[in-house]
Design a protein around this ligand. Structure first.
Ligand code: GDP
Ligand code: IMO
Ligand code: MG
Length: 440
């Protein structure tokens, strides 16, 4: 049984929590795209104390002993950021070694000039900035597509790596000088490169063969998406997107596995919407209600600490995500954040230039002028936080969930009512239909 987990909105839906919850039922957890622009939070309660892990590059399965985590070929890896994350996990008592973390030799590297370019390019965009995480993601994928990138496999050959770094730093410094960016010290990068080789080479291997052979041997694969459908380079609100395919296609290209190996796909979606950075957001709340949701939901970026923009659930986007990814089911998260509200709105369509539409426009300018068409429901105004049985939810919350499912076109396999593992309602019938049997 192999399952893909995908963000269904603009990111930060709670993919980390869902992957952590599912990891015990799988053998291998694989990240297949993006880089350390991702911030996946996992909360583990032990002896009444919450332990928080924020994963950026390393799959969220890493806290589970005995599981293999894979950074697939579609991921862009900043060696420095990866080593930092390994150290942080070590400090939190999680051992990361070459048995439980494998890195694809085909994964491209993010190097210091990519970060400098990300900064310089964003600065040059002025008011039209994408609002990137400044992690060098876009420039690293540019180099990959332009066929001049360095790959993790290069970290297994220090002498050749040093030559390639010298050439690339020189070329990129010319570009950075033109853009008024910060120039890179080639000697420092080459010296750092030696350390990266030493520390990371034991983890680097051909994960494409590993994943396919493991699947053939009956191991269960969990594929962990980063970012989300609306941030996908092809299907999102271009150009306000990330530089990889964060929808389902990216799982196949980014892990090197055929589509037929993926038995089911679950989309993670919040009971409202958030987005970080620039770009259109029709159901955005720019008022005290939006501020309330941000405060109550702790809506601050797990990677950059930036306040997330907040708004109502957008069913147009939900339906689109179900269609583009062929979602078998959804995981609804953060229901508890809406507990106080007297009224809850759902965006069911857009009005663009006076015309009602029920589809996501391809053009960000059209999306930008789209006015939300709302349906209003009464709030439940009671506590759902921590509830783990559907029948214990207030009737109005049950009605809200049923309406979201109807509008989205997919059933809910999970309803999350808190950050911790146990604060989750499991819909066993839906899970079974996805091929998953979890303990009741
Ligand atoms: P990801 O990037 O999709 O993994 O999501 P993030 O980790 O960036 O953001 C989700 C945040 O919501 C994290 O801080 C989680 O701990 C938290 N979270 C997840 N599910 C729930 C939930 O059902 N209720 C509440 N209150 N918090 C949740
Ligand atoms: P997770 O996996 C939310 C956004 C950035 C910016 C755009 C491009 O935690 O859901 P990039 O640095 O990728 O070039 O930035 O994408 N972005 C995210 N927003 N969650 C994420 O990851 C994101 N990763 C990138 O804010 O708007
Ligand atoms: Mg996140």
């Amino acid at each position: 049984m192999n399952l893909a987990i995908i963000g269904a909105q603009w990111g930060d839906e709670g993919k980390g929590k869902i992957v952590d919850l599912l990891a015990p039922h799988f053998d291998i957890v694989t990240r297949y795209q993006g880089g350390h622009n991702a911030g996946h939070t996992v909360i583990i309660r032990r002896d009444g104390v919450d332990h928080k892990f924020v994963l950026h590059l390393i799959p969220s399965g890493i806290t589970h002993p005995g599981k293999t985590c894979v950074i697939g070929n579609g991921v862009v890896v900043d060696p420095q950021a990866l080593l930092r994350e390994m150290e942080e996990l070590h400090a939190q008592g999680i051992e990361v070694n070459h048995h439980n973390l494998l890195i694809s030799n085909r994964a491209h590297l993010i190097l210091p000039y990519h970060v400098a370019l990300d900064r310089a390019i964003e600065a040059s965009r002025g008011g039209n900035a994408v609002g990137t995480t400044m992690r060098g993601i876009g420039p690293a994928y540019e180099d990959k597509m332009a066929r001049r990138g360095l790959r993790a496999g290069d970290l297994t050959d220090p002498a050749t790596l040093a030559e390639k770094l010298a050439t690339n730093v020189k070329q990129n410094n010319r570009l950075l000088a033109m853009l008024g960016g910060e120039l890179i010290d080639d000697k420092k990068v080459i010296a750092d490169g030696e350390r990266w080789c030493e520390m990371l080479a034991p983890h680097i291997c051909d994960t494409t063969y590993f994943l396919n052979q493991s699947a053939r041997a009956g191991k269960a694969l969990l594929l962990e998406g980063a970012q989300a459908t609306m941030l996908d380079i092809d299907h999102g609100t271009y150009p306000f997107v990330t530089s990889s395919n964060s929808s389902i296609g990216g799982a196949c290209t980014g892990a090197g596995i055929p589509p037929r190996l993926i038995n089911a796909t679950i989309g993670v979606i919040k009971a409202y919407t958030t987005r970080v950075g620039g770009g259109p957001f029709p159901a955005e709340l720019n008022d005290s209600l939006g501020e309330h949701i941000r405060a109550r939901g702790g809506e601050y970026g797990a990677s950059t600490g930036r306040p997330r923009r907040t708004g109502w659930f957008d069913a147009v986007i939900a339906r689109y995500a179900v269609m583009v990814n062929g979602l078998d089911a959804l995981a609804l998260t953060k229901l508890d954040v809406l507990d106080d509200l007297a009224e809850i709105k759902i965006c069911v369509g857009y009005r663009i230039n006076g015309k009602e539409v029920d589809q996501v426009p391809y053009d960000a300018n059209q999306m930008n002028i789209a006015e939300p068409v709302y349906e209003t429901m009464p709030g439940w105004q009671s506590k759902t936080e921590g509830i783990s049985k559907f029948a214990e939810l207030p009737v109005r919350a049950q009605t809200y969930i049923a309406r979201l499912s109807e509008l989205s076109g997919a059933p809910f396999a999970f309803i999350s009512t808190g950050a911790e593992r146990n604060e989750t309602i499991l819909a066993h019938d839906v899970l079974n239909a996805c091929g998953l049997t979890l303990p009741v």
